[in-house]
Design a protein around this ligand. Sequence first.
Ligand code: SF4
Ligand code: SF4
Length: 564
Amino acid sequence: MPGLDLYSAPAIDLHQRACPRPAARLPYAGSPGMGRLSPARVEMHVLDNTQVERLEAEAVNSAKVRQPMYAARKKIFPKRATGSFRRFKWLVMAITLGIYYLTPWLRWDRGPFAPDQAVLLDLANRRFYFFFIEIWPQEFYYVAGLLIMAGVGLFLITSTIGRAWCGYTCPQTVWVDLFLVVERAIEGDRNARMKLDAGPWTARKLALRVSKHAIWLVIGAATGGAWIFYFADAPTLARELFTGTAAPVAYITVAVLTATTYTFGGLMREQVCTYMCPWPRIQAAMLDENSLTVTYNDWRGEPRSRHAKKVVAAGQSVGDCVDCNACVAVCPMGIDIRDGQQLECITCALCIDACDGVMDKLGREHGLISYATLSDYNANMMLATAGGSSSVNPSLVRTTDGPFSDKVAHFHIRKIFRPRTYVYMGMWSLIGLGLLYSLLTRDRLEVNVLHDRNPQFVTLSDGSIRNGYTVKLLNMIPEPRTIVVTMQGLQGGEMSVVGDDIKVGRSFAIPVEPDRLKMLKVFVRQPADQIQGTAQTFTFRVEDKASFESDEYTATFNAPETAR
Ligand code: SF4
Ligand code: SF4
């Protein structure tokens, strides 16, 4: 299925063909000519005797007016939004921040021989602990598998509900939201912040700015601090950090993460998404005509008018958009969704909340801005433009009584289930099941054997032949074990362990520390009259008699031709 190119999507072409840019007919605040707002212009007007206020808001980050990359950033002052998507974002923000900050403090009892931190990247011992799972370096494929699952999951989410990752759970979005909470609490909502920003430096402004930046820095430090707690025992490291006894690398890491969090979340904000993040560019390949994206439904909104009653009285048709700019004012990316789909839109849906609030005041249906698919949007545009033969006439999508016509297309859940999403779901499930099966059946006891390279064999004084081996016993559980090593095959052969007081024989038991690799130097000897070739195979079998776990390694015993 072809990917959707956001810049040449048919819907935009149709819009431009059937509905010449509203800006050309009606001046609105998003027009390039509006310029930067002065405090005196931070005012509101009530539109057309309705409850709806018109906000002086400018889409400073939309592509048509955006500054060149190295020009000074035009500040965005997002207005506080209220509504169901905002509440959902609060919930996601609380959950994601809670997970990030609290996870290192969760404990998980693994017995006396392993750390009790539930999630720990133990770099010194090269282990990754995740609750009951312990990953050794040679099991890194589990981490790789999880990353692949995360990638495929992102493809799945994007192909169904667009950039939900960007709008709700991306760390940049979550931290910018958190920084905005602080900014609003200290400096007030949009108008107060704009006024403060444009006003002269006073003691009050200085105090507010210092307070805001100080709290931002504390959040940055807490973010960096939480990060390093994933790499060491959190209570111990916290104590060391505050008493000045932690390793220098801990302080450097906290300092770097404090600086990046403060810069990206507080100062750069939307610029990170617009200029630095590759995801907006990649996502276009994953969207198709049935992906949900935040959409301005101009098939019911145009022609927009701030004075609908006058326009209707003059016998002209008018859409639902009253050009109040509420959707622009709440946008954290500084764009106007009415310009169509844009790379800058992170689909946070706050403009949906803002517009739904306006529709409530006007007594009209929600959804002038909504999550919609391109296919539904195109169908409705065809309806509103009489098959593309005229500009948008919103009366064509309504019955004479006012409600929407039955012909208006609405999103149906079955659109989520289509070949592309089946493929993503199938891949995700297969990888997940494979990892789960491998995890549940993996060995926690392993043996590896290295034959001595030089010499390959030694002839002893009695004519018997001896080979040397390095036997590696891997105890991958956090408890001590006694491992029985037995040799199978090699007629008449016997083992002796160098440096250990172990009786020569075909089997011996040896203790292995918890969560450790034990290396043994083992000599295997075979009498000359038992030798049956220059390269005989036999097996080292290791077994934990308590858990009945076992593993085997097939080794080669070398002998000279003359020994037979
Ligand atoms: S789309 Fe909605 S919020 Fe935006 S200007 Fe029109 S009526 Fe106002
Ligand atoms: S246009 Fe709407 S959905 Fe897109 S970033 Fe702005 S507020 Fe969020």
